[in-house]
Design a protein around this ligand. Structure first.
Ligand SMILES: O=c1[nH]c(=O)c2[nH]c(=O)[nH]c2[nH]1
Length: 323
């Protein structure tokens, strides 16, 4: 690097932004035309209520004077960034979290020259359908009333930069976070190292409770915007794959389970390059199992908590196919 200004800024961490920007949009564009998969009933959503908790992080050499000299002449106040995100939620005409992030991130770069790159991420703020009588003895989802959900939610992230005046995608990541699943039986944890530190008894059949976040990247990061819905991977379908694989497989560990989920995700979605996991073990402890059949009484586990992180790509699927 020969340019002094650049060497000043290139190697250091320098960014700022706004997080926890909660935005709610009613009557957003419905998500339609997604490809259906055998593991999921999800085929789209009306987006009558489209909520997100957004994080905007901006970078650029021209922000250095604000840190070094207290010179705010190039600083876009984070309060204005919040307003920018809220305003553009009204102009977004797409149907996905990722699409909104790409749109509003690009608008930041087009509007403010001093921003060289932006990292936009968001967690969906999800709402559930609520059933109401349809007048013919059945129930249908209300068009008007929604339940506030604290279930799993979609995640999206775009890291965008400007090259020759054009917005380009540097990184992209999608996900579904906050999955919690309990399988009451047909899980084991046996065959692990037994030494002087081991107190855990081997369990041929445990009640397994997992917390799970799943992330994925596309071969073409544009696809995550959802403009071509049949190529878009909905968080709901990935969540459903996780529960179906958990139901189907008698696994010997969380490690074993997430690998199987990853294979299925890669198999269903050839447009993905990588899938990764952050899992944790919340398995309850047995109090009693002297009742009839498989019945048990269980209690919360104490801290500390075990976790697993794992990423896999198409080479894992190819290896599996070759066996
Ligand atoms: O699925 C599990 N994986 C582990 O590595 C582990 N370790 C442990 O104590 N319990 C479990 N469960």
């Amino acid at each position: 690097m020969t340019d002094n200004t650049e060497s000043d800024t290139d190697d250091r961490t320098m960014n700022y932004g706004k997080e926890h920007v909660n935005v709610y949009r009613t009557y957003a564009t419905p998500l339609t035309g997604v490809r259906e998969i055998p593991e999921s009933a999800f085929d789209g959503k009306p987006n009558t209520l489209f909520g997100m908790e957004v994080r905007a992080q901006v970078e650029g050499d021209e922000f250095l004077p604000s840190f070094r000299d207290g010179d705010n002449s190039k600083v876009v106040a984070t309060d204005s960034m919040k307003n920018f995100v809220l305003h553009h939620a009204g102009d977004y005409d797409g149907a996905t979290v990722e699409g909104f992030l790409h749109y509003v991130g690009s608008e930041f770069l087009r509007t403010y020259d001093q921003m060289e790159s932006v990292r936009m991420s968001a967690d969906e703020l999800a709402f559930d359908d609520r059933p109401v009588p349809d007048g013919e003895g059945n129930f249908e989802p209300s068009d008007l009333v929604f339940g506030v959900s604290d279930d799993e939610s979609a995640f999206g992230e775009y890291y965008l930069t400007r090259e020759d005046g054009e917005v380009v995608i540097e990184e992209q990541r999608s996900g579904v976070t906050g999955i919690e699943l309990v399988k009451v039986k047909d899980n084991s944890f046996v065959g692990y190292v037994h030494d002087e530190y081991t107190t855990l008894p081997e369990r041929e059949n445990r009640t397994l409770y997992i917390g799970l976040d799943i992330f994925w990247t596309y071969d073409d990061p544009e696809t995550a915007r959802g403009e071509t819905p049949e190529e878009y991977v909905p968080a709901e379908q990935v969540r459903d794959i996780a529960q179906v694989v958990f139901d189907e497989r008698d696994v010997n560990s969380i490690q074993d389970l997430i690998y199987q989920i990853g294979l299925r995700v890669l198999e269903r979605f050839p447009q993905l390059t990588e899938v990764s996991f952050e899992a944790n073990n919340r398995t309850w402890l047995k109090v009693r199992d002297d009742m009839e059949g498989d019945a048990k009484v269980l209690r919360e586990p104490p801290r500390p908590t075990g976790f697993q992180q794992f990423s896999m790509d198409r080479s894992d699927l190819a290896e599996e196919g070759a066996e």
